[in-house]
Design a protein around this ligand. Structure first.
Ligand code: GDP
Length: 346
């Protein structure tokens, strides 16, 4: 491994008390394990390291750090574990009494911040599927307040923590992970900019650039994300994958083999990949979902009105410009010169 490639591979550390849900999160997001199958996961006893290299954008290492170990005693090299560029996700079980977890969060944040002030601290208030909406808001407020008060008392008011309500039983875990990953993608502003140009010139309402295998979206345009649109797009990806696995001529679609639990992409023949493929789903409320493959790992999923879709030629033309620009961002060349898109004069 060269210095350059390790430089661009951020590390995401999963921490939290035992049974808070760390391994389940990793299994559900990156291994397509269904949430119910996590009920009987064996607790991890040692650090589990995994490379997620399914796309050049979503390219990081994820480390599952078991909750019962003390990483700051002399048996561990804390500098090495926490010293590199990346994020620390601290998982708190919201269905349990979370005072111990908060204590552990505080110790972790204060120690890790000293080693690596650049690390991003992300707090997943997890298993919220068991909580009512009021209870969720209250838990988030309470945890936020206590964690920040503790930091202020320790003289660390500059340390920033981000909070997310998550559950493996719905899309919230994918959404939260998307946001964590996005913060680690240096090209994010460029990608957002390209998506903004694409949607405003094509009459599209919302567009997500997905890493298909993980269903993490690595960028979206700057209009606000509502959970329902994100879920629709995730569901579309699942439908398209299922249909291609059953009826597709190729054994692979976007790096996903017909056997979806088998994600080893080594030895894959690039020539079977077809970047022309697209799918359209028309909903009976006048909304169209339009999916286009960008490259072997990324897909663009757009939400638009059916009358905007009448101009599919324009959208397709602009998509090609977008695809080419993404390619250039990928290859980190011609960074400033972007192709001109056709105007939508509607
Ligand atoms: P770890 O020790 O932190 O790795 O925790 P595990 O991943 O082994 O999870 C412990 C238990 O929590 C398992 O029985 C999971 O099924 C359960 N769990 C994990 N995530 C969720 C969630 O979002 N909601 C609910 N209700 N249970 C969860």
């Amino acid at each position: 491994e060269t210095a350059a490639s390790s430089e661009v591979k951020p590390r995401i550390l999963l921490m939290g008390l035992r049974r808070s849900g760390k391994s389940s999160i990793q299994k559900v997001v990156f291994h397509k394990v269904s949430p119910n199958e996590t009920l009987f996961l064996e607790s991890t006893n040692k650090i589990v390291k995994e490379d997620v290299t399914n796309s050049s954008f979503v390219c990081f290492q994820i480390w599952d750090l078991p909750g019962h170990l003390d990483y700051f005693d002399s048996t561990f090299d804390a500098e090495n574990i926490f010293g590199s560029y990346g994020a620390l996700i601290f998982v708190i079980d919201a269905q349990d009494d979370y005072m111990d977890a908060l204590q552990k969060l505080h110790v972790t944040v204060t120690r890790v911040y000293k080693i690596n002030p650049g690390i991003k601290f992300e707090v997943f208030i997890h298993k919220v599927d068991g909580l009512s909406d009021d209870h969720k808001i209250e838990a988030q407020r309470d945890i936020h307040q206590r964690a920040c008060d503790d930091l202020i008392d320790a003289g660390l008011e500059n340390v920033h923590l981000s909070f997310y309500l998550t559950s493996i039983y719905d899309h919230s875990i994918f959404e939260a992970f998307s946001k964590v990953v996005q913060k680690l993608i240096p090209q994010l502003p460029t990608l957002e900019n390209l998506l903004n140009i694409l949607i405003s010139n094509s009459g599209i309402e919302k567009a997500f650039l997905f890493d298909v295998v993980s269903k993490i979206y690595i960028a979206t345009d700057s209009s606000p994300v509502d959970m329902q649109s994100y879920e629709l797009c995730c569901d579309m990806i699942d439908v398209v994958i299922d249909v291609s696995c059953i009826y597709g001529e190729e054994e692979y679609w976007l790096g996903i083999e017909s056997n979806r639990s088998q994600r080893n992409a080594i030895g894959r023949d690039d020539s079977i990949f077809d970047t022309q493929s697209s799918s359209v789903i028309k909903l009976n409320n006048g909304t169209v979902l339009y999916l286009r493959e960008v490259n072997r790992y990324l897909a663009l999923v757009c939400i638009l009105r059916v009358d905007s879709f009448d101009r599919q030629g324009l959208i397709d033309y602009n998509f090609l410009c977008f695809q080419q620009a993404i390619q250039e961002v990928f290859e980190l060349r011609k960074k400033s010169k972007l192709p001109d898109m056709a105007q939508n004069n509607m």
